[in-house]
Design a protein around this ligand. Sequence first.
Ligand code: PRX
Length: 634
Amino acid sequence: MQSSDIHSFEDYQKAYNYSIEQPEKFWEEQANKLKWTKKWDKTLQWNFDEPNIKWFEGGQLNITENCLDRHLERRGNKIALIWEPNDPKERFLRLTYKELYDRVCQMANVLKRNGISKGDVVCIYMPMIPELTVSVLACARIGAIHSVVFAGFSASALAGRIEDAQAKLILTSDGLNRGAKQIPTKRIVDEALENCPSVEKVIVVDRLGWAVDMKEGRDSYLHNELPLVDKNCPPTPMDAEDPLFILYTSGSTGKPKGVVHTTAGYAIFVDYTFRNVFQMNESDSFWCTADIGWVTGHSYIVYGPLLAGATTTMFEGVPTFPDPGRFWQVIDKYGITHFYTAPTAIRSLMAAGEDHVLSYSLDSLKVIGSVGEPINEEAWHWYNIHVGKERCPIVDTWWQTETAGIMISSLAGVTPTKPSYAAYPLPGVQPVLLDGDGKELHGNSVEGYLCIKYPWPGILRTTYGDHERCRQTYFSNYKGYYFTGDGAKRDENGLYRIIGRVDDVINVSGHRFGTAEIENAININQKVVESAVVGYPHDIKGQGIYAFVILWDEGANENPDRIRSEINETITAEIGKIAKPDKIQIVRGLPKTRSGKIMRRILRKIAENELGSLGDTSTLLDPTVVDEIIEGRL
Ligand code: PRX
């Protein structure tokens, strides 16, 4: 294992101060830990106005050479990847670094054989099977840009992402397992491809042994492709700023945007954060329960652990199948030492009762982590007592798709923790809190908008095909700063607590949705005049989705449950089941200002059941709608 640089709080303080005083030198030292085909000429060039951010220009490396080839001599026989299937009775798989390397090279040659070369976009729509990790790395091996789309998204959402990126090839599977359910992945791809002329080839992994439709000339099975290719595939040297991947994420306006990360900066940042936050040893095993369809899976299932030469784990199933003890059973089965999951999973397992967790020893655990949303104190303590047995440090890691890797977190066992606080920024990360006028709030015990004032190597470079959108979303609210969209508080000791989104983004079970995105889907229903969507606190999911919907007259006379299920169907078709509202209230009107703007603040208060703090409603176009909405509250 490539080890951590920081072993004490004092080391952290030194590293932090150094990274602020000499940021370029600090990151050069980290960059030097990777293997470069060609050294860089210029460490950093940047401005946050355009934005234009370039790290290590002139340098060349391939991230897979760093994840695989580099480890072969010392760790060729070490387990790189553990794969745990959905069904605990099915055989698991373990791949050594050498075996993973071979598979990646072969898969890369399959891509080449199918016309893919450097700079092409490959869309990956797959379940959590080993081929997913192999596919991601195979793209990176030959410089193809991967765009992984979470396999819970609908055909329409998938088509939008394929079209936006102009993907040439899709990697998918016949179907997928999710707990007791099976989902027809290939059929969803076929439906998406009805409107995606850029796609020339589809390669299908036979996961379930289903006989799926295969389109002549376009579709082929991976098992038929593999015998046709060579086992060797040298890594393509990539320029430091060549795009590595696109990952779509929701924002407060419009359709999801393709966040672009580039090769060297991403590799350096993910490598540094993985090693220092988790503090692993050579014989440890890491398990991040995220799906590779989200950034957490990219950075801390695939790239971070493999860059460090660690053993990483992929899990195909869900935490509650066949019962809510599954996570704990898997930890015992493989002797997992480092476990990284989401608060929503912790809360749902907490709700299932302690017996499930108490049936397993969890003796192997050393560090436990949390990511994706604020972790409430109750869940933090439950995690600490029942999973960590009060001996494993908890790392509450704050970061985003756009930041590539962990930005604010304690370093396991090294820097202080505090329940529900992400704690201190990592070295190289310069967070600030701004007030409503964009002024920096200095000192401690303050609360404001969380921004970052200096680039780090993993910062997003653009949003695919629309640089102006990137500028507007992240760099225009507060001039000279990257704006995270989150509010945060700094306590009396300088520890950060993330409060949550301050924009129109809802975080449901750690997944981001724009309210506008859900409203657009609801409004597709012909019976809907208009809708407004807000988030509200939800015991398990963190935030739930509350939709207020106005219907045309014909709809208003129908059974509301029928309308609700129609709306749910439209959302499932447009985005996916994961975006279905928890509550749909049919209303006669929405609270609007005289200029026609929906007062979301009022709707949010109603959804949160904070009826005492609605504020002044007398300036609304029609104040009586508020009383009606309150009366019909769900
Ligand atoms: O609001 C913050 C929340 O998740 C958002 C980022 O979502 P996404 O890009 O999907 O990435 C999730 C995985 C990194 C943030 O703007 N968030 C993430 N981690 C935390 C968090 N909120 C509080 N505490 C965290 N540890």
